[in-house]
Design a protein around this ligand. Structure first.
Ligand SMILES: Nc1nc2c(ncn2[C@@H]2O[C@H](COP(=O)(O)OP(=O)(O)O)[C@@H](O)[C@H]2O)c(=O)[nH]1
Ligand SMILES: [Mg+2]
Length: 240
């Protein structure tokens, strides 16, 4: 019967880095079930970050990026011998379990995440994360925009209005009404990243009888990300 498992040998390209992107399934519904704060719910964000830290510890990506209900991991060491079915199913179920374990909430339905794999060249890594970070910014402007419009109009009218507006028009409308997105927390605009950083450790070398400085890396959760640039990815060792 083994021969019926026709997808089990499907693998990612050899010697390629990959990005795995996870996305919460129907989290629009989950956010209304849990009555999440709009536009940004602090508890939800703290849980997603705990999930990301679990993923980071388990799969050691070079870089992890999250905003809203999505998480991207850049992987250099490919798990499960590159087997697509394994990577997608285990990453998605691990993420869903971690989400439930970290959330002190009663769910109406079991939360789930989908997972997809994107093989990627070094030249496209910046392009990919810039694309997601732009989406984070669009999401920020839209979320604040719709929240504001719903204080003035019915839900349907607010939804119709925002559909016809450009990003800078929403930005301007908010500004005219005393909401300056420049003052909003960085993570809401640019997302959150996790990567390894070096820590300076001062020790004493007994053999040589002298003080010694060494560096140890640790996992760092960055709530104050810069706008992504080539330098950023070089500094964290994601590209050469
Ligand atoms: N209220 C609230 N909702 C959020 C927050 N973060 C994410 N969401 C919800 O999650 C959804 C994620 O978008 P998307 O993946 O496109 O929609 P999905 O298909 O319903 O999961 C958003 O539309 C929001 O409804 C938050 O901080 N507060
Ligand atoms: Mg989703």
């Amino acid at each position: 019967m083994k021969e019926y498992e026709v997808y089990s040998s499907l693998k990612v390209p050899k010697n390629s880095k990959i990005i795995v992107r996870l996305d919460g399934r129907a989290f629009h519904k989950l956010s209304s079930d849990l009555e999440l704060e709009k536009p940004y719910d602090e508890t939800f964000y703290n849980v997603i970050v705990k999930v990301c830290e679990d993923l980071f510890r388990e799969f050691s990506p070079v870089f992890l990026y999250t905003f809203s209900d999505e998480i991207s991991l850049l992987l250099e060491n490919i798990p499960f011998e590159g087997r697509i079915e394994k990577i997608n199913s285990i990453m998605a179920s691990f993420t869903s379990s971690s989400f439930v374990m970290n959330y002190d909430a009663t769910f109406k339905k079991p939360p789930a995440f989908d997972s997809r794999i994107i093989p990627i060249n070094d030249e496209d890594i910046l392009k990919y994360f810039k694309w997601r970070q732009d989406e984070s910014w669009r999401n920020c402007v839209n979320s604040y925009g719709i929240s504001y419009l719903k204080t003035k109009y019915s839900n349907n009218e607010a939804n119709d209005k925002i559909k016809g507006m450009k990003l800078n028009e929403i930005h301007e409308l908010l500004f005219q009404n005393g909401i300056n997105l420049n003052d909003v927390e960085t993570y809401k605009k640019r997302g959150i990243g996790i990567y390894r950083k070096d820590k300076k450790v001062e020790g004493f070398n007994k053999k040589e009888n002298k003080n010694q400085i060494s560096y140890r890396s640790y996992v760092y959760t960055d709530w104050e990300l810069p706008i992504f640039s080539e330098d950023f990815f070089k500094n964290i060792g994601a590209i050469k």
